[in-house]
Design a protein around this ligand. Structure first.
Ligand SMILES: Cc1cc2nc3c(=O)[nH]c(=O)nc-3n(C[C@H](O)[C@H](O)[C@H](O)COP(=O)(O)OP(=O)(O)OC[C@H]3O[C@@H](n4cnc5c(N)ncnc54)[C@H](O)[C@@H]3O)c2cc1C
Length: 500
């Protein structure tokens, strides 16, 4: 890893670590990290580095900071497949895991995030990631069966099916510590190995796409389909995001039009209706997209899949949706992990999302609160040239994920150049630094999080972006603090992440 990549992620900047270690294997990791801990250093784990919530970006610390690049921990242990799981080193990418399991006719039940070409299993489990398989099986935590974690005292904690190391054990024998360590962003230790549930590849797959006039109907449709467990994945786009994906151009104009529609309408809901009307009339920026929903189904045979899709179509039709070409889900299913060029906007803008996890009965309010926040920032958004678009998804049958994303012109970071394909690097514009727009985006994200707080919102990939510790009641705070103190009395493991 070059020196330039050490002090930032896709959105946050911090101070560079004192040194970087890149262990070759688990034993090496235990030795190198153990040594850094004994020397009194702070230790920060880094997987693929594909995040944007400050998870591995540290504020200055008076102690030396050692960043651990885990990407060379790359063993995939297939001998446990007959038990229904695979044991993976933390540095394995989701693409590598996919390639190892596919010839066995298998896949991981949670199949990874969209960034899986570069994102590691250790990173995703530390973020509690979601996407492939999440429509049916929820986030990564639900199918993580065991962990091997290096603690701050240099010992290795094994949990769940890995409790007896390679001997294996049934996952449950009293309380299981596994879930407590998933989503910790490395605060409780460095994950070395992970046991993930596997399942046979589906015999048949198909997909369908729909368009709705109203976001309310899109959300209802998504939630009904999730409740009936019909789809392995679902994703939805607001008109602006549909537009980004299909055209990747004229985005600023489109956003201005949306702002105008919302502005001229007096109320958000009325504004949304107007957007739908424009869309239906085929005028302006929406084309025919509307609020689109993409539903991916699987089954034991084509008959089973057809029957699920028939039920999906009934749900959609009852909610006034109309079927459109299913190009997007087809392409997504064919190539689950594409190069990460989506880290920029359609015209080479910087990009950063903010997301919320809602109980289904709060999702509509969540979308409204987001739009109202946008409206309240209207002047600043216009002045800074910021655009936004939103993605929706179902995570299991009880949670709706909403992910507004922002685009603005700004200087790119070394991590962008390290991630983008060469052909993209050649054609993107080089913009000067634009700290005022970046600060405005930070304020907007913060304001959206605040607006969502009363709705009981939750978050994955907490890092240093989402107020986990501050969201806890007094008793929870005490328990988490005591846990952090027990596992890491000298605050050496990624201190400050999770707010702990
Ligand atoms: C284009 C794009 C698409 C994305 N799509 C998705 C998506 O579909 N779903 C989703 O959930 N997220 C998504 N993300 C966010 C992110 O890429 C994922 O959450 C991913 O899992 C991060 O993995 P990583 O290996 O890059 O972790 P990193 O960014 O390296 O690290 C993330 C956090 O985990 C900690 N960490 C890393 N490895 C370990 C370890 N072995 N032990 C302990 N702590 C560790 C780090 O300290 C940090 O706090 C996306 C990001 C991009 C840029």
């Amino acid at each position: 890893m070059t020196q330039q990549l050490l002090d930032h992620d896709f959105f946050y900047r911090g101070s560079a670590p004192t040194r970087v270690v890149a262990p070759h294997n688990r034993e090496d990791a235990i030795q190198l990290i153990g040594q850094a801990l004994r020397e009194g250093c702070v230790v920060v784990a880094r997987g693929g580095g594909m995040s944007y919530t400050g998870g591995y970006v540290l504020a200055e610390d008076s102690r030396p900071v050692v960043m651990v690049d885990l990407r060379q921990l790359s063993q995939i242990e297939l001998s446990t497949l007959s038990n229904g799981w695979v044991v993976v080193d933390a540095g394995v990418t989701w693409q590598q895991l996919h390639e190892a399991l596919q010839p066995q006719g298998l896949r991981a039940v949670f199949g990874g995030p969209l960034s899986g070409l570069r994102a590691t299993v250790g990173g995703a489990i530390s973020q509690n990631a979601a996407f492939w398989g999440s429509g049916l099986h929820g986030s990564a935590a639900e199918s993580t069966l065991g962990l091997e974690v290096l603690l701050a005292d240099g010992t290795v904690l094994r949990t769940g099916v890995l409790s007896r190391g390679d001997e294996g054990r049934s996952r449950y024998f009293g309380p299981d510590l596994t879930s407590l360590l998933v989503g910790d962003c490395g605060r409780f230790g460095v994950k070395l190995r992970i046991a993930l549930a596997v399942e046979p590849l589906p015999a048949a797959t198909d997909s369908a796409s729909f368009s709705f006039e109203q976001p309310i109907n899109l959300l209802e449709s998504m939630q009904s389909i999730a409740r009936c467990r019909l789809a392995i994945q679902q994703v939805g786009f607001d008109p602006l995001l549909a537009n980004v994906r299909t055209r990747r151009s004229s985005f600023a104009d489109d956003f201005r039009t949306l702002s105008k529609v919302l502005r001229g309408s007096g109320s958000t809901l009325k504004g949304l209706r107007s957007i739908a009307e424009i869309s239906l009339a085929g005028r302006g920026f929406l084309g025919d997209a509307g609020f689109t929903q993409h539903v991916m189904c699987e089954g034991l045979d084509t008959h089973a899949v057809d029957s699920k899709l028939a039920q999906v179509r009934r749900i959609v039709s009852d909610l006034g949706g109309r079927e459109i070409e299913n190009t997007i889900p087809k392409v997504m299913m064919a190539t689950p992990f594409t190069p990460l060029n989506g880290i920029l906007g359609p015209n080479g803008e910087r990009w950063v999302p903010v997301h919320g996890l809602f109980n289904v009965d709060r999702a509509q309010e969540g979308y409204r609160a987001y739009l109202e926040t946008l409206e309240s920032f209207e002047a600043e958004i216009a002045a800074a040239g910021i655009t936004s678009a939103t993605l929706f998804s179902a995570v299991g049958s009880t949670t709706t994920l909403m992910e507004p994303m922002f685009f603005w012109q700004d200087e790119l970071e070394p991590l962008h150049f390290d991630t983008l394909e060469d052909k993209v690097i050649k054609r993107i514009p080089r913009n000067p630094p634009n700290p005022s727009a970046r600060n405005q985006v930070a304020k907007l994200r913060q304001a959206i999080m605040e607006a969502w707080k009363p709705l009981g919102v939750g978050h994955f990939q907490v890092g240093r972006a989402y107020p986990f510790a501050a969201s806890l009641d007094d008793v929870q705070q005490r328990v988490y603090q005591q846990l952090a103190t027990t596992l890491d009395p000298h605050r050496q493991m990624n201190p400050g992440v999770l707010g702990l």
